[in-house]
Design a protein around this ligand. Structure first.
Ligand code: RB5
Length: 152
């Protein structure tokens, strides 16, 4: 798979740990930065990554900030993105199976690199549980998105 990655100044260190790990799993990484501790704004990186995912230029996205919260809030504003902020292995699996999430948010100040790698591996390797039960709920989420969409 092609995985788009983005981080702010509070997440780039974890991003730089995660990138070779994802490559070692056989995936291709597209790194949208940032790459140093200079202060930046997480929505800029969330938008960059999420645009690539909805355009089909990347199969999935991973976003990292201090908590993962800002990245997940921003990502979920992009129509077509289902982003989960994950800090544990159970949720990493469940959010693929139940929510078919296409973007994962992580908090560098919340979890260590070992847990982050395990989360990423499970999240990348778990398939969506096909079938009407979860798909109907995802369709309802999409209908909320459609209801509030601005049509020029
Ligand atoms: C940056 O200080 C921090 O606010 C940001 O990385 C993130 O945690 C926001 O949700």
């Amino acid at each position: 798979m092609k995985i788009a990655l983005g981080a702010d100044h509070a997440g780039y260190r974890l991003k730089d740990v995660i990138i070779p790990f994802i490559e070692s799993l056989g995936h291709q990484v597209i790194d949208f930065g940032c790459s140093c501790a200079d202060s930046v704004d997480y929505p800029d990186y969330a938008l960059e990554v999420c645009e690539r995912v909805v355009a089909g230029e990347a199969d999935k996205g991973i976003l990292i900030c201090g908590t993962g919260i800002g990245m997940s809030i921003a990502a979920n504003k992009v129509p077509g993105i289902r982003c989960a902020l994950v800090s544990d292995l159970f949720s990493a699996k469940a959010t693929r199976e139940h929510n078919d999430t296409n973007v994962l948010a992580l908090g560098e100040r919340v979890i260590g690199p070992g847990v982050a790698e395990e989360i990423v591996k499970i999240w990348l390797e778990t398939e969506f549980s096909q079938g009407p039960r979860h798909q109907n709920r995802i369709n309802k989420v999409k209908s909320i998105e459609d209801r509030f969409a601005i049509h020029p």
